[in-house]
Design a protein around this ligand. Sequence first.
Ligand SMILES: C[S@@+](CC[C@H](N)C(=O)[O-])C[C@H]1O[C@@H](n2cnc3c(N)ncnc32)[C@H](O)[C@@H]1O
Length: 304
Amino acid sequence: MANSNEEEERMVKLGSYGGEVRLVVDGDESAAEETMLLWGIQQPTHSKPNAFVSHSSLHLSLDSCGHSLSILQSPSSLKLAVALVMGVMNLLIWMIHISAQTIGALARDCVWDSRGTPGVTGAVMWDSGVVLGKFLEHSVDSGMLVLQGKKIVELGSGCGLVGCIAALLGGEVILSDLPDRMRLLRKNIETNMKQVSLRGSITVTELTWGEDPDAEIVDPSPDYVLGSDVVYSEEAVGDLLETLMQLSGPNTTIFLAGELRNDAILEYFLEAAMNNFTIGRVDQTLWHPDYCSNRVVLYVLVKK
Ligand SMILES: C[S@@+](CC[C@H](N)C(=O)[O-])C[C@H]1O[C@@H](n2cnc3c(N)ncnc32)[C@H](O)[C@@H]1O
C-alpha cells in the first residue's frame, strides 16, 4: 500500500493538460494493480450503466458550449426490428429464413457488454463519450486546457459527439473511424455543425487503426488525440497503440475515456501502452461535476 508521500509523488502533470493526474507507475505488476484498484474503488458493476445515454433512442440530446446538440443514433433494437420484419416477409413470400448476409451484418455491428446485451459499436453513444466531451468543456472553462486553434484528431469517433464538442471549444478537429462508419458520422456533423458559427473547424476522414494514416492526420502531429470507448477488444489493442504511436509527436497529449466493462482487456491495454507511453489517470474531481460515472475511467497519455 502506498503511503501519503508516495501518493503525492504520483500526482503529476502530463502533456498540455493543466490538472494533476495520478501516475500509473511502470512496473511488472502495475497494470494489474491499476485495474484491481479501479475495480475496488469504483466498483463499476454497482453503479447504473448508460447513465447519460439511451441505446434505444434515435437521438442523444446534450447541451454543450451553449449549444443544444442532437446526435443521431442507429440503435441495435431498430436494426433487429427491421431484420425481424424482413425475416417474416422473407418467410411469408419465399418460405426461407433471414438471409445469412443480414445476420452476418448484424453480428458484425454488435459489441457485447458486460451484461451480455448487444450494442452497436459506433452507431450509438456510450457514457465514456459523454464524459470525455463534458470533461473537455469543463477543463477549458476552468482553464486547465486550451483547445482554441489546436490540431485535434479523434479516433473511433462513432456518432461524433466528442469531436463536435472539441470543435465548439475552438479546436481544428479531424474525426475518424472505419470506412463503414462514415455515413452516420458525416450526417451528425452536418446536422449539428451547419448552423453553428464555429470557433474551430471540423472534418471527417477514414482511419483504420494499424494502417498508415493520411498525411493530413500526422503532418504536423496533432496537439491532442481523443478516444472514447476505443479499448474494448484485445484484438484491436495492438493496432490502436500503433496508430497512437504514429500520431504522437513530442507535443501530443492523448485523452482516452474507457468503459469499465472488462478488467482483463483494460489490463492488457495498460500493460502494452506502458512500453511507449507515460500514463496518468484523471481523478473524477477534475471531471465535469454533472458527468461523473463509476463505470468510466479517463486517462492522459504522452509518448515517452
Ligand atoms: C464502442 S465504439 C465508441 C464510439 C464513440 N467513440 C463513443 O464513445 O460513443 C468504438 C468505435 O471504434 C471504432 N473502431 C473499432 N475498431 C476500429 C479500427 N480497427 N479502426 C478504426 N476504428 C475502429 C468503431 O467503428 C467505433 O466507432
